[in-house]
Ligand binder design. Structure first.
Ligand SMILES: C[S@@+](CC[C@H](N)C(=O)[O-])C[C@H]1O[C@@H](n2cnc3c(N)ncnc32)[C@H](O)[C@@H]1O
Length: 307
């Protein structure tokens, strides 16, 4: 089939499933991926023949799009903070609001620029723990942008960790992955040398970050089919009557393993900003700071552990 006819066929097949502009955008993204052709290439090669495996890939994509599968799962990868990440249905597709959280952390913790030496001043190593790492997007973007960081990343899902490990290799960063359930995780895990009280007081991590599950069951109704039917519910949902479960558990755990003055960062449910702030204050954190995303929704929070 020639490209021009393929485009018409693609548009007609998805008519009624998505708005016209989105169908165009899917076609362009798939052409880039399958044919290595951008929009200009397409317009200049309308009579090029697409056949065999390449044609089959378009057909498969149409079938999956009709099933409302996210385009990122169909392609098998996505971009986050300028880096490429493999994704499959065992990991949440990284979101732009999470890039804003990463950006906040990098802004607060980048090494200062040494004007006299005309280079970054080499600071001592900092340790970071990412809880609920999924695709590894937060951990890997931080490792890539904070060269003095040693990054650890934890998730309960072995399948998610397989993808995260692959992403760390592809992005050439060294991350220590931990398969564990944070809800019954003991901070002793990080103190292998037993009962050294002074070590415990010093803490381990400079930064702990988490984008934990935070969507309440009652919020399901407002979600689109491509999220609800295809992204992992383990990554998304919490019970209506205990929506801050992960925040409470991580705040308690972090009290045991953050260094004095260490920073705790969360992505949060936009409707639960003030209760998340109150929870952190009740857990003795200082300087609790809520921050909005570009859509002016409460989306992230930072807190400092007591000295
Ligand atoms: C909202 S997703 C965040 C994924 C990724 N960090 C991101 O920002 O795109 C939450 C992650 O927490 C993990 N998770 C859910 N319950 C967990 C638990 N009890 N212990 C550890 N991780 C858990 C899920 O597997 C999922 O990868």
């Amino acid at each position: 089939m020639i490209l021009k006819s393929l485009r018409t066929y693609f548009n007609n097949a998805l008519l009624g499933y998505y708005p016209d502009t989105e169908i165009q955008s899917f076609f362009n993204i798939l052409s880039e991926h399958i044919l290595k052709m951008n929009r200009v290439d397409i317009s200049q090669n309308l009579y090029a023949v697409v056949s065999g495996k390449k044609y089959d890939k378009f057909q498969k994509a149409i079938d999956r799009l009709k099933n409302y599968e996210p385009i990122q799962y169909i392609l098998g990868d996505t971009e986050f903070y300028g880096l490429k990440f493999n994704v499959n249905p065992s990991v949440l597709i990284p979101r732009p609001e999470t890039e804003e959280l990463v950006s906040w952390i990098i802004d607060c913790h980048s090494e200062p620029y040494d004007l006299a030496q005309d280079r970054l001043r080499k600071e001592s190593e900092i340790k970071i723990l990412d809880i609920g790492t999924g695709s590894g997007c937060i951990a890997i973007a931080l490792a890539k942008n904070l060269p003095n960081a040693k990054v650890f990343a934890l998730d309960v899902s072995g399948e998610a960790l397989k993808i995260a490990k692959k992403n760390a290799i592809n992005n050439e960063v060294d991350i220590e992955f931990i398969e564990a359930n944070v809800l019954n995780f003991e901070h002793e895990f990080f103190f292998p040398f037993g009962k050294d009280v002074s070590q415990r007081q010093k803490g381990i991590f400079d930064i702990i970050v988490s984008n934990p599950p935070y969507v309440r069951e009652l919020e399901k109704e407002a979600m689109s089919a491509n999220v609800l039917d295809h992204e992992p519910h383990l990554a998304l949902f919490v019970k209506d009557d205990d929506a801050l479960l992960f925040y409470r558990k991580i705040a308690e755990l972090s009290n045991g393993i953050l260094k004095p003055n260490g920073s705790l960062y969360f992505e949060i449910n936009e409707s639960l900003g003030s209760s998340t702030k109150a929870l952190l204050e009740e857990n003795s954190y200082n300087n609790v700071e809520l921050k909005m995303d570009i859509f002016e929704k409460d989306r992230m929070i930072k807190a400092i552990k007591n000295e």
